[in-house]
Design a protein around this ligand. Structure first.
Ligand SMILES: C[S@@+](CC[C@H](N)C(=O)[O-])C[C@H]1O[C@@H](n2cnc3c(N)ncnc32)[C@H](O)[C@@H]1O
Length: 385
């Protein structure tokens, strides 16, 4: 949004060093953020502890256990390959299971069906999309899994937590996973296990931490949605073709930004909405014509498209380098959010484990919170029916 970010004024040397990085160096540091943190330690000495901030225990068990907990491919109808492996890794990290399970925002119940094979008790799912519920129940019947999905808005005020259920959620977004923690803990759920994602999907404009401890802290962060979004700004799992297309459109957007500043005679960013996918094949000029129409901006009859596209490419190079610094704060921010969840759950009487349930190449949202009610005595183990 800003060709010169505010921090660059306080750190002009760092900013100049970053802007002089070659493309390959930039790419390398993007993949090796802890090396980057060490490299810029001269300017920001606190970054010496970067690895320590971002190091979390690995909860993912041995490959053998993970393979056994993963649905075999022949049973994984409609299940994307990554989802099958993520659900398997999640299951392997939370077994043994001793309680009936409630899968929160279960989609078609991929995690539900995976857990059902590890659980002596039935699994039920809550999902608000009736088509997904129908498909999921059909799959469960077809593969004889002890799973029932129910159509339920998990944000509904009148939701009743099924007594004694262990709540689980794989990648329920923002307010949905926060609701699981609030509702589940208020209902005295014996255990809550979740892998959070999309922290920024929230109905509040200023995000407040969940725990009393963080809320009462004089340095408590109050974050906007845009700041929260930083925690998930990563495309490690996107195919190269998608990444190349995203880079191309970013150059167009920045080229249009330079053009609109010139035409309006106003050095201010103008937000442009999401573009229709067809535009990707129509080139820079078509993109600018579409964006100008959206913003009621009249374009002159003749525009030197090449030079505005060059401006976009130049700005894209700058943005990539500035973002490198921003991305250093991605994982620490995510961990700050998730540690606040852990403290909240402890405040509600849970013992909490926090760690990764799979490698980040399978999903960058690989954190798992596993909270067991401190006073809970699990029932005597019984084998699956
Ligand atoms: C990112 S998907 C995760 C699905 C599933 N847990 C998985 O890993 O395959 C989030 C799911 O939440 C559902 N959802 C969104 N808002 C909901 C709500 N208010 N109540 C119930 N389900 C909701 C969506 O329809 C979607 O299936």
């Amino acid at each position: 949004m800003e060709p010169a970010p505010v921090w660059a004024r306080s750190w002009p040397e760092l900013s100049a060093w970053l802007e002089a990085l070659g493309d390959e160096e930039c790419e390398y540091y993007e993949q090796h953020l802890s090396e980057f943190a060490r490299r810029i330690g001269d300017w920001l000495p606190a970054l010496a502890d970067y690895d320590q901030w971002t190091d979390v225990p690995v909860l993912a068990p041995s490959t053998g256990l993970r393979t056994r907990a993963t649905l075999p491919e022949v049973d994984a109808t409609d299940m994307p390959g990554r989802k099958r492996l993520q659900a398997g890794a999640f299951a392997a990290s939370v077994i043994p299971l001793s309680r009936p399970v409630l899968d929160w925002c279960c989609g078609k119940g991929h995690l539900s069906r995976t857990l059902a094979r590890q659980c002596p008790e039935p699994v039920q799912g809550f999902e608000w999309d009736p088509a997904l519920v129908e498909d999921g129940n059909r799959l469960a019947r077809r593969f004889a899994d002890a799973v029932t999905l129910n159509c339920q808005d998990v944000m509904a005020d009148d939701l009743t937590w099924p007594t004694g259920c262990h709540g689980v959620a794989l990648h329920a977004c923002g307010d949905l996973h926060r609701q699981l923690m609030r509702r589940g803990s208020a209902a005295g759920a014996p255990r809550l296990s979740l892998s959070p994602c999309c922290y920024h999907l929230t109905s509040t404009t200023r995000y407040r931490p969940l725990s009393a401890k963080a809320n009462g802290h004089p340095d408590a962060l109050e974050l906007t949605r845009n700041e929260l979004r930083l925690a998930v700004q990563e495309t490690v799992t996107a195919p190269a073709r998608v990444r190349a297309q995203t880079a191309l459109v970013s150059q167009w957007r920045l080229g249009f930004d330079a053009l609109q500043r010139h035409l309006r005679g106003c050095d201010e960013y103008l937000p442009v909405p999401s573009h229709p996918p067809r535009l990707v094949n129509e080139g820079f000029a078509a993109f600018c014509q579409w964006a100008a129409a959206k913003k009621q901006l009249e374009l002159p009859l003749s525009v030197d498209w090449r030079s505005w596209l060059d401006a976009g490419r130049y700005r894209f190079g700058q943005v990539r380098r500035h973002e490198l610094l921003r991305h250093l704060f991605r994982r620490p921010l995510e961990l700050w959010l998730v540690l606040d969840y852990a403290v909240f759950l402890e405040e509600q009487g849970y013992r909490v484990r926090l760690g990764t349930f799979c490698d980040r190449s399978l999903t960058p949202r690989n954190l798992l919170l596993d909270a067991v009610r401190a006073c809970d005595t699990p029932p005597a183990p019984r084998s699956r029916p």
